[in-house]
Design a protein around this ligand. Structure first.
Ligand SMILES: NC(=O)c1ccc[n+]([C@@H]2O[C@H](COP(=O)([O-])OP(=O)(O)OC[C@H]3O[C@@H](n4cnc5c(N)ncnc54)[C@H](OP(=O)(O)O)[C@@H]3O)[C@@H](O)[C@H]2O)c1
Length: 238
């Protein structure tokens, strides 16, 4: 481990390694940089080889240790590759960040395969990863799981029924697991976001680097369970 953080106020988990899904680009990459700056060793994950290589260079430029795992969250083999990581005693944080961006569509226009993919990547994969991480962390009496979610899990949004189903499902899972984790030393935290400018076509919303820094600060400086970052102008939030 590189430079370790001294005692973190609020008794937060002290640095070890973090696995961040979907961290070759977007918010996941910014989270990787924030954790690296905080002294964590980072395991980057995604599918895009070139993006992951660029992300690894950016993380190591901060002086942090960095590894890369390419794995498709839709496949059993991909998930199994990530499950193996939780055997490592140094891996103490899982950030379930990977997700699929889907433009708003009337439900009748959403295909069956698109439903399967969204439920797999935004709901089933984070649940399965959290289950493995939780078992390992609880056995060691320490660790944290952060589920990156959306304000779509707090409100009802037309034309986003399937995305909402996945995100509401993840919210319910997280809340139940938090109760189950009481007394184990494992922290379960949720982050609910409105639009973050992670793509060129997202011309309004919260800055991705700032959002990641706020998430890292919430994680490292508090024992909070839930962070809502809603950058919408008043009146646009439901
Ligand atoms: N951006 C927003 O406005 C916003 C708002 C609310 C919530 N969120 C949530 O925040 C999280 C990050 O969003 P983002 O905007 O940063 O997303 P993004 O830029 O679209 O990046 C998504 C990440 O997920 C990975 N991913 C997608 N499908 C995958 C699969 N089948 N297997 C493995 N990795 C896969 C991608 O990896 P590859 O590119 O390598 O495939 C990529 O690294 C998501 O959970 C999203 O729902 C975002």
């Amino acid at each position: 481990m590189l430079k370790a953080l001294k005692n973190v106020p609020g008794g937060a988990v002290s640095p070890g390694d973090v696995l961040i899904t979907g961290s070759g680009r977007g918010l996941g990459l910014e989270l990787a940089l924030a954790f690296a700056a905080g002294g964590y060793g980072v395991i980057l994950h995604g599918r895009d080889r070139a993006a992951l290589a660029r992300a690894a260079r950016a993380v190591t430029a901060l002086g942090a240790r960095c590894e890369v795992r390419r794995a498709d969250l839709r496949s059993r083999a991909g998930l199994a590759k990530l499950f193996r990581l939780f055997r490592r005693p140094g891996l103490s944080v899982l950030v379930n960040n990977a997700g699929i961006h889907c433009p708003g569509l009337p439900l009748e226009k959403v295909s069956g395969p698109a439903v399967d993919e969204l439920i797999q990547v935004d709901f089933a994969a984070p649940v399965k990863l959290a289950a493995r991480a939780y078992a390992a962390f609880a056995a060691r009496g320490r660790g944290a799981i952060i589920n990156i979610n959306s304000v779509c899990a707090l409100e009802a949004h037309p034309r986003r029924a399937v995305y909402s189903a996945a995100k509401w499902g993840l919210r319910g899972f997280s809340a139940a697991l938090r109760r189950e984790a009481e007394g184990t030393g494992v922290r379960i935290a949720d982050v609910y976001l409105s639009r973050v400018m992670t793509r060129p076509e997202f011309t309004h919303g919260q800055r991705a680097d700032e959002t990641a820094r706020r998430i890292y600060s919430f994680f490292s400086r508090s024992r909070g369970e839930r962070l809502v970052l809603d950058g919408r102008p008043r009146g646009r939030a439901r």
